[in-house]
Design a protein around this ligand. Sequence first.
Ligand code: ARG
Length: 489
Amino acid sequence: MTGTGGDSDVVRRERFSGGPARSFLSSLSADERIFEADLAVDRAHVVMLAEQGVVTDDEAATILQALDVVEVGEHDGLPEGEDIHAAIETAVIDQVGAVGGKMHTARSRNDEVAACIRYRLREDLVEAIEATLVCRESLATVAEEHVETVMPGFTHLQPAQPTTVAHWVCSYQQALERDTERLFEAFARTNQSPLGAAAFAGTTFDVDRGRVAELLGFDGVLDNAMDASATRDFLVETASALATLATHLSGLAEDLVVFANRGLVDLADEYSSTSSIMPQKVNPDTLELVRATAGDASAGLDGLLTTLKGLPRAYNRDLQRATPHVWASVDVVTEATEVAAGAVATADWPEAELEAAAGEGFSTATGVADLLAASGLPFRTAHEVLALAAEAAEDGGTPDYDTVATAADEVLDEPLSTYVSEEAVQTALDPVSNVAARDSLGGPAPETVRAHLDEVSDGIATDEATLDDLTASLNAANDELREEVTAYV
Ligand code: ARG
């Protein structure tokens, strides 16, 4: 070993030798997550340096071989260091001597770490997107099976209008479709290379930034070097998309908890838990934890934004603490999405109970009012008739035809039959036909939902194909990088 001195971190050597803030400064253990990413980034950089004649092919080969050895030793085998970048560089120099120090030519840990986070986050985003697709498929399957299963629909948690299980389930599918889209967008902006920005100010070396980006499967290069090395907005977008997804999941989980509580859904035992003291209890703990994940995700976004707020240009070490917020969010939200998908897929919908509950609380009232309004009455007058009928109904239940007719006499001063037949009113009072009549675009009528479901499966298939393409291009880039490296070693 020549010219490196000492046996610790090559970046700090003397200065990082045991000061009181040593462990506070170090991100080495947290950086385990970017171990593979850092090796890829190092390899692409070295290949480019050789292609540009900044290092010789022999020097590149020596460094690339050393990186292979570092890879075999895994993260646990790394020497001490302020972070993974310093530790890997130290490991390379310890193996091959001073020539290993050429690896860090024309770059800085600032563009390096930004590239590593982006490289690794792509994988995590692929998994998160995949989880949303699995969840959407679960939801769509339930919808296919329950297009005709009527259930109560709620506002303010009160019975509002009857709907169907399919219509309810599709409401979450549609929200998750946008979550998939937001994650794809976060992926696109994550998938840009900051490498070559160096510390923030570019470099005197004749680097080929496009080539490094290509070797790492990045879609393009972030031009301005100061922005490239300092920005973390791709983390914000990711954390925000995850927090939005987690918020949707929390609503889905809460609905299922409430429905289970009211006997409107049977959750599978494998997604329930029991009490350590009350032997009769079957509790929806799993979904409660899904619901709680929105707190983690929102805390992650908040922690990230608060860390980033007011940071001056260019790099500041605060950024080291920004990243873990996103790792934590992506892990917990992806898992919650998978769990929610499983809970939905295994739940049972008791059709008779749902149908019996569908008309509770006179939830057909709006449908009857619509019927009167369609027969020429101003909607506000029809609303008045049904409000009076609701008041007159026993126990807050659904009034019978006669009660509606009496209310009409009082409000209209003429018989209800002037406007509608008894049969039509009876039909509107029935939850099943009440639902079937709401066939406007996006409504719960079975034929409307069936048409919507065609679009749902097309949407899922399209997103799956897009995800496959992304994965394929990342794999192709990995293979290409491997081939390039192999040509040297
Ligand atoms: N561990 C650091 C991080 O995560 C790497 C960059 C260190 N750069 C520096 N100028 N101290 O941000």
